[in-house]
Write a protein that binds this ligand. Structure first.
Ligand SMILES: [Zn+2]
Length: 255
């Protein structure tokens, strides 16, 4: 959706709603306040965690927390209350992060991350989606159009299931592949580009992101929800990431 294609009644909202994504400079239309997105995200996260089987593998849980904390430090969001969980499900090749700092990794993706830098690539990518508020963009384009601002505020206040499910969809939570909408191509590439800057700042070699996606390329037939989305193609992704690595390397310090 372009910033100029919105009906006139939304003009006032728009004055504060058009913002620019960091690193890429892309212009974004986000109609809900970040505080509301964080509140919705927290509710959705609690719901997913309550229903999930959390990993009790100390080694894995510690690793995800260790990598997560370093990515979180690189993200520089004082207002976030970071939390990292590992969901036991080897069939789900996925991970997600919500605005506010709630992050989950499914055990299925650990086959492909292989090492901590690979995991940092995944977590950097997901945290980038949250930081840049890609879910907020999707919510703006989706339920806000249906409910209006007052309707959405009420839905958030009442923790309306429709609002929660919209957040689940916007951030790719849950396990029902049929329900998940992939982020669009420009959001995906933006998360890749910002994600490798985050991993570099966190002290992980950004080249490992390209290596991770090359491993995913081989797994494509198994189609993971977020990570097997067909747009962009994994081939294009790897090419773009390689092109952005010099930018990320400027931030890379071996810890
Ligand atoms: Zn993504």
């Amino acid at each position: 959706m372009g910033c100029l294609s919105i009906p006139l009644i939304m003009t006032l909202l728009l004055l504060s709603a058009c913002q620019t994504a960091p690193v890429t400079g892309r212009s974004q239309l986000i109609l809900i306040p970040e505080s509301m997105e964080i509140e919705l995200g927290l509710t959705a996260y609690k719901d997913v965690i309550k229903k999930a089987r959390l990993s009790e593998d100390r080694e894995i849980v510690d690793m995800v927390n260790r990598v997560g904390r370093r990515i979180a430090a690189a993200a520089e969001r004082e207002e976030y209350k970071w939390e990292f969980n590992v969901i036991e499900n080897d069939k789900i090749i996925n991970a997600f992060a919500l605005p506010g700092g709630k992050v989950a990794v499914y055990t299925g993706i650990l086959r492909y991350t292989e090492n901590e830098a690979g995991l940092a690539a995944v977590m950097g990518h997901e945290v980038a989606h949250a930081l840049v508020r890609h879910g907020g963009e999707r919510i703006s384009a989706g339920i806000l159009a249906q409910l209006g601002m007052i309707g959405l505020s009420a839905a958030v206040r009442n923790k309306d299931p429709a609002a929660i499910s919209a957040v689940n969809q916007a951030y790719g939570l849950g396990v029902n592949v049929g329900v998940l909408l992939p982020f669009n191509r420009s959001q995906e590439l933006e998360a890749d580009r910002i994600g490798i800057v985050l991993m570099a700042k966190a002290g992980y070699d950004p080249n490992e992101a390209a290596a991770f996606w090359r491993r995913m390329m081989k797994a494509k037939d198994k189609a993971p929800p977020e990570f097997l989305s067909t747009h962009p193609t994994t081939e294009r992704r790897v090419k773009e990431i390689e092109r952005w690595i010099p930018e990320a390397m400027k931030y890379y310090k071996i810890p």
